[in-house]
Design a binder for this molecule. Structure first.
Ligand code: PMM
Length: 278
């Protein structure tokens, strides 16, 4: 079954959780809560990547995430670190993180590939065309699916040549990053196009702007959690390795439905059903 990655943004300016978890203690408490709700992985980030966000100094980023990672790891929570910075990734690994989640796929920091290679941890390479300030103008594609595919394949090539083991790589189409809403929906509809790379695929749709298209105009950001859970189901049916979500309970509940239906199908398939009818 697809893994559920819970989002823990330790930032004062995250668009979706409004900096609620900005203090270390609150962030730790929320991380433990996400794990208790059924997150397989908690993704800890200290720099917002929302459109238009300003960069955070790596030292400030580390002061936000490292104490949180240390404490969550001490409590047995499986952690990924959401960072563009090689030094932060290395410090997070030392603090107990198991996975590096780099929304730039190694493009933002030339030292990241070496850290990923040396750490021998899972490395998530997301499709990226530039920092938050510039990505809006780069959402230009003739064919978003083939272009994202070829740009990710190129990253995989560079990363493996830098020593990252293919078996440690995960790819992510980067919904909402240098994408218009129509690009995000198209990528979701064509996740199987990435199958030929033979790499696990992660999907991060949670609370993103494109999801608002299925809701009434005035709907709150939190209202996006229901369509996000539906997208989690579609992603798992497309064979996704993991979904990155803010509302872990909703996606976990949706997956529970799938598991019940699958189990009932095994116990009471068409043959048994016809027997019951007679
Ligand atoms: N999206 C955000 C942050 N990190 N990481 C991966 N791998 N994929 C994503 O889609 C992704 C990510 C932005 O969302 P947030 O600001 O709500 O955390």
């Amino acid at each position: 079954m697809t893994l559920v990655m819970g989002v823990l943004n330790v930032t004062p300016d995250s668009f979706s959780d409004g900096g609620r978890w900005a203090s270390t203690d609150a962030a730790i408490a929320h991380g433990l809560e996400l794990a208790a709700q059924g997150a397989d992985i908690v993704d800890v980030g200290g720099e917002s990547t929302r459109p238009g966000a300003t960069r955070v100094a790596p030292a400030e980023e580390r002061s936000r995430v490292i104490p949180v990672i240390t404490e969550l790891a001490r409590n047995g929570v499986r952690i990924s670190v959401d960072t563009l910075n090689a030094d932060t990734a290395a410090a997070a690994i030392d603090a107990g993180a198991e996975i590096i989640n780099d929304v730039s796929g190694g493009l933002a920091d030339p030292l990241m590939a070496a850290v990923a290679a040396r750490s021998e941890r899972t490395y998530i390479a997301m499709h990226w065309r530039g920092h938050a300030q510039e990505m809006g103008s780069r959402a230009v594609y003739d064919n978003v699916v083939t272009e994202v595919h070829s740009e990710l394949a190129q990253r995989v090539d560079v990363l493996t040549k830098a020593g990252v083991k293919r078996s440690n790589l995960v790819i992510d189409p980067g919904l909402g990053f240098a994408k218009l809403a129509e690009h995000d929906w198209t990528l979701l509809a064509h996740l199987s196009h990435f199958d030929d790379l033979e790499l696990p695929v992660m999907v991060g749709a949670s609370r993103k702007r494109f999801v608002a298209a299925v809701l009434p105009a005035q709907a709150s950001v939190l209202a996006r959690d229901l369509p996000t859970a539906v997208i989690s189901v579609l992603a798992t049916q497309a064979g996704a390795w993991a979904v990155r979500v803010h509302d872990v309970s909703a996606t976990r509940t949706a997956f529970n439905v799938l598991e019940r239906v699958a189990a009932a199908g095994n116990v009471c398939g068409p043959v048994a059903w016809s027997t019951m009818e007679s």
